[in-house]
Write a protein that binds this ligand. Structure first.
Ligand SMILES: C[S@@+](CC[C@H](N)C(=O)[O-])C[C@H]1O[C@@H](n2cnc3c(N)ncnc32)[C@H](O)[C@@H]1O
Length: 258
């Protein structure tokens, strides 16, 4: 249900359930999921291992994203918290902030809350919202910073999303996110894709079963937009100060300001 707040007893239920998840069941279950968040929610126990074997320089990208965020921000919105890797870093960078974490998968929200709690960084100012990005209801000027890591490529209608995010940012606010981008030309995209698959197949990388699952997921749920089109859509939504502050294959960090 959009905008649903996650209750504490769900964290306990999640803990019980995650202990029951066995690795060998993760991918067959994940393949049956009909939305991107169901796919990720079904692999919560395996996500942190898989993402590092499937996304080259994942940790470097998140660390670089943090470097380009403003030094201070009070009202911060994170779209697609997943298992909380960026959320923990945001809570560390902005310990006093009202940090709102959104994800459509309750399993992901519960794990993020648990990890914040275990790290001692959970505060009463932290809010967890179960909603799709598309259905999220945002008030005008509510945030100083909106950020996200590899989540927004699941949204097809980026024009509508960017307009709604722009309205929810206060004057002087920032929208800075890491995401998966389409190459500027088909040839560039194909090279990026081939080099990504080479990365996945390195020793210690993904199994062929995992790669099949990732490819099926991408085909079904991913909507890659070239960087130039992101800039155009951001401009049409009223943003300025565009830049790409980091790029590796299909992954990039996009910067925009109000
Ligand atoms: C690839 S994970 C990224 C998680 C985390 N930010 C990271 O860097 O590891 C994408 C997350 O976005 C969520 N998600 C995908 N599509 C969504 C949508 N349309 N609305 C809300 N959440 C969505 C998934 O449930 C998942 O937790």
């Amino acid at each position: 249900m959009p905008g649903q707040w996650i209750a504490d007893d769900e964290t306990a239920r999640f803990n019980r359930r995650s202990r029951e998840v066995s690795y060998s069941h993760v991918f067959p279950v994940a393949e049956m999921q009909s939305t991107a968040s169901q796919y990720f929610g079904s692999m919560v126990a395996e996500y942190d291992s898989l993402i590092r074997r499937a996304v080259p320089r994942y940790d470097e990208m998140r660390e670089r994203l943090l470097e380009y965020l403003p030094p201070t921000a009070v009202r911060v919105l994170e779209l697609g918290c997943g298992t909380g890797n960026l959320s923990l870093a945001l809570a560390g960078k902005y310990p006093q902030a009202k940090l709102t974490m959104v994800d459509a998968a309750p399993e992901m929200l519960n794990l993020t809350r648990l990890r914040l709690q275990e790290s001692g960084r959970l505060t009463a100012e932290h809010t967890f919202v179960q909603s799709t990005f598309e259905e999220l209801s945002l008030a005008t000027g509510d945030y100083d910073l909106i950020t996200s890591c590899i989540s927004l490529h699941h949204v097809q209608d980026k024009a509508a999303l960017y307009k709604s995010l722009r309205l929810s940012l206060a004057p002087g606010g920032y929208f800075i996110f890491a995401d998966q981008l389409r190459g500027g030309t088909e040839r560039i995209h194909e090279v990026n894709w081939r080099l990504w698959l080479d990365f996945c197949r390195q020793p210690g990388g993904c199994s062929e079963e995992e790669i099949d699952s990732l490819l099926q997921h991408a085909e079904k749920h991913d909507h890659y937009t070239p960087l130039a089109e992101h800039f155009q859509l951001l401009a049409e939504a009223g943003f300025r100060d565009f830049d790409c502050t980091w790029r590796n294959l299909i992954w990039g960090i996009v910067h925009a300001a109000v």
